[in-house]
Each structure stands twice: as C-alpha cells, then as structure tokens.
Design a protein around this ligand. Structure first.
Ligand code: ADP
Length: 422
C-alpha cells in the first residue's frame, strides 16, 4: 500500500510527530510512505516536474505569487532538506544531500527522512488553506494526482475544517473516480483499483475543539506556552502589584483559557461555555478580585478566551475587562494578547506521545480498512486511543459550531456533554 500523509489548516505542535509516526510505521508495515506538501493545495497541484530533472537542483522552493489560497499566506518551505537515507530506493533521484521539490508536492520519503521530527514545531511539510480543494474541480484534480502517483491511502492531520474536507473527499470519491474514467484520464483498471478511498483523520488543533475526542494534537503545547507566559507575567504583576488581562486563543472553545487559568493561578476566567453567573459580570469579577486583594494578593491575573461571552451572549473583550479593573478597582492594569506565541515552538512531551500513538493507529486503521468499513478519525477517550467514524465526528463538531454561532449555548453544551447541567 502507498500511504500519503498531509497536514492542513492551522499548524499545531505535534504535526511533525504525526508525519514521522505515519512514515515510520507505514514503512515498517511494508507500505510505501509519501508526504503531501502544503496540505490539500499540494494534492491539487500534484507533481508537474519529473523527479530526475530535479534531482540536484538546490534552489529554494517558492510557491508562485499567484498561489490561490484562502487569504492567509503560504507557509513556504525553503529547501526542505531530506537526508539521503533510503529516500527513493528505486533509484530515481537517489542521491546524497539535498534536492529541490519545486513542482513536486507529492513526495515519496524514506525512514530516515523524518528522523528527529517529533521535536520540531509547526509542520515541516507545510500547511495551507486551499480554496481550490473546496471546489469540485479541485478535488477531481486532487484525486487524479493521487491516482497518478498510485497513492491508495491518505492520512489527514488538521482541524475541524480539514477533517470536514476529508469527509467531503471521502463521500465524493466514487463520483470522482467515475468522472476521471469517463473523461479518459484514468483507465478502467485504475478506476477499479482505486474504487475506494482509504482515508483517516487525525486532529491537529491548538483549540481542542473537536467533538468525540478528549484532546487534540497541539493543545497541550499551547497550554504550556500560555502557562509559561503567565509565570513570566506573574513576576512583573507581583513586583508592581499590577493586574494583567490575558487574551488567549481557542475560538469557540474555552479549554485553553480554563486550563491555563487553573494551572497559572488566575483570579478570574472568561470562557464561552460558561458565561459569568450574574447579569453584571463586571460586579462579579470586581467582587472576586477585591476579595483576593483584601487577603493580601499583590497581583491579579484575568484570562479571557477569545470566544468569551456574557450572560446575554455578547462578546467579552480583554480591553473592556481592563477598563473595568482600572476604573472600578483602581488597579494598574495591562492587556497581554499572547497571539501566535501560543501556537508555535517545540512540542511538549505529550504532543510527541499522542501523535505517535495516533499515527500508529492511523496506519493500522488504513491497513484494516475494507470497502464497507467507514472512514475513521483517530481520537483519545479516557486515555485510550480510539477510532470514531469521521462523518460522525465532523457532523457533531459542525453541530456544536452551528449552535454556538446561533448563540444557542444550551444546545452547544448538550452536544459536548450530555450530562451538563448549569
Ligand atoms: P482547520 O483545519 O485548521 O480547521 P480550515 O477550516 O481553514 O482549517 O480548513 C483547512 C482546509 O480544509 C481549507 O483551506 C480547505 O482546503 C479544506 N476544507 C475545509 N472545509 C472544506 C469543505 N467543506 N470542503 C472541502 N474542503 C474543505
């Protein structure tokens, strides 16, 4: 079997460990391992250059300026340096040192090519937001490029958007094969060989916002980053007896804010899932912080999740929290928005272990797949690696997002935790 792995959507720590695990375990199980650069965009672009012409080209790789993306710029790979390892044992382009990947987005890799990748931040094979993959023509081209290289199975590591894309691709696959055959782009024999798409999803997201899994790859590292930031801020806050309001990521999910608050000793935490209990959160927060100050606390830390809302479901913004603390309590208050420092850097140990275990499970899942078995998302539940039908995980996550966007807080919570009672 030829297994290809791609990383898509927002980068998260641990994505490289996924690629490493899939490549190594895949090869150990007798498969060929491939990587797709730049997420779905790489699948759509495929390989336009013959490898042999490339072999000794050591130019930096730049995607064209007119690259079609969803808006955010590409995470360019410059000189992705594969080691000589056992890359391309078939002889085509087997050479020591480096080689350019210009015009080649679907690349076969060897066991040694991913050595040490578990400790690297971000994603070394690149990620992108691909507009073209959202179109039927884009996905048709992606299917063609996969078949052209003989790829039988795909591992997608990304957030809920990427896994939605994976689910769309899975559902549409028979139609795509039919179109490719009727257009004469693939033979009947190839169409038969690739009649079913083996696809598996791994959740790479710092937000921990995917349904049907307890933890997403990258979330523990982001939590560490926030925790370190709070420790750093605590020094100044204590020294000057100041208040700090920290805005943290997480989109609609308060997991990062809540756990950062618990692990960093915050005085007050605002998360989307549980708005403050009183109509006036300003009073509630000030009472709480006043009490803390009265018992001798010299510093104040308030954490605001980027999706935080009040009882009337209006957003709570860090700047407003700062004004309240300054005006009502007379505290010297600063806002710190952690931004992308939360996302990057070396993965913590757990973001090496989790993707390694899940990457292994992903390969097993692909090897065991039958034409009638569902496509799976690999998750973790109560410390056990799990397989859940991709379609169910995607649908439930979408339902939660839709409920949150419609500000139907109770409905959103009922999806997350059926036992939930305020
Ligand atoms: P994340 O995976 O981090 O949530 P996005 O929501 O940006 O990030 O999704 C990443 C990519 O997944 C998109 O740029 C697009 O190529 C693909 N994708 C997302 N939703 C769909 C969809 N409904 N159909 C096809 N592709 C999709």
């Amino acid at each position: 079997m030829k297994i290809a792995v791609l990383t898509s959507g927002g980068d998260s720590a641990g994505m490289n460990a996924v690629v490493r695990a899939v490549v190594k375990v895949g090869i150990l199980k007798g498969c060929e391992a491939w990587v797709v650069r730049e997420g779905y965009e790489g699948l759509v672009r495929g390989n336009t250059e013959a490898l042999s012409e490339q072999a000794l080209d050591d130019e930096p790789i730049n995607l064209p300026d007119n690259a079609s993306t969803d808006g955010s710029s590409f995470n360019l790979i410059h000189n992705l340096r594969f080691g000589d390892g056992d890359l391309l044992k078939d002889g085509t382009g087997d050479h020591p040192g480096t080689r350019s990947l210009k015009g080649r987005y679907i690349v076969r890799v060897g066991f040694d090519d991913v050595r040490g990748w578990f400790a690297e931040g971000g994603t070394l094979i690149g990620t992108a937001r691909s507009k073209t993959f959202r179109t039927a023509e884009g996905r048709l081209q992606a299917a063609y490029n996969m078949i052209k290289e003989g790829i039988d199975a795909l591992v997608v590591c990304g957030g809920d958007g990427s896994l939605t894309g994976a689910d769309v691709f899975r559902a549409e696959w028979p139609k795509l094969i039919e179109s490719l055959q009727s257009e004469g782009r693939i033979t009947a024999e190839k169409a038969k060989l690739h009649a079913h798409l083996r696809i598996v999803g791994l959740v790479g997201s710092i937000d921990n916002d995917m349904s049907m899994t307890d933890l997403t790859i990258g979330a523990p590292t982001a939590l560490h980053r926030i925790c370190e930031a709070i420790d750093n801020i605590n020094s100044t806050a204590s020294s000057h007896s100041r208040a700090f309001v920290l805005e943290v990521m997480g989109r609609h999910c308060g997991w990062l804010a809540l756990l950062a608050g618990v692990s960093g000793g915050a005085d007050f935490i605002f998360i989307p899932e549980r708005p403050p209990t009183s109509e006036s959160w300003e009073d509630e927060m000030c009472d709480c912080i006043h009490r803390h100050r009265e018992v001798g606390k010299r510093k104040t830390i308030v954490i605001v999740s980027e999706g935080a809302i009040d009882r009337n479901l209006n957003p709570i913004k860090a700047e407003h929290v700062k004004d309240v603390l300054t005006e009502r309590l007379g505290l010297d208050t600063r806002v710190t928005t952690l931004g992308h420092t939360q996302r990057g850097g070396r993965p913590c140990a757990y973001d090496r272990v989790l993707p390694t275990l899940q990457g292994m499970e992903a390969v097993e899942t692909l090897l065991e797949a039958t034409p009638t078995s569902p496509s799976y998302m690999i998750g973790i539940r109560e410390n056990k690696i799990t397989r859940v039908p991709l379609v169910e995980a995607v649908e439930m996550t979408r339902a939660v997002s839709a409920a949150i966007e419609a500000k139907d807080f109770e409905k959103a919570m009922s999806f997350r935790d059926p036992e939930f009672k305020e």
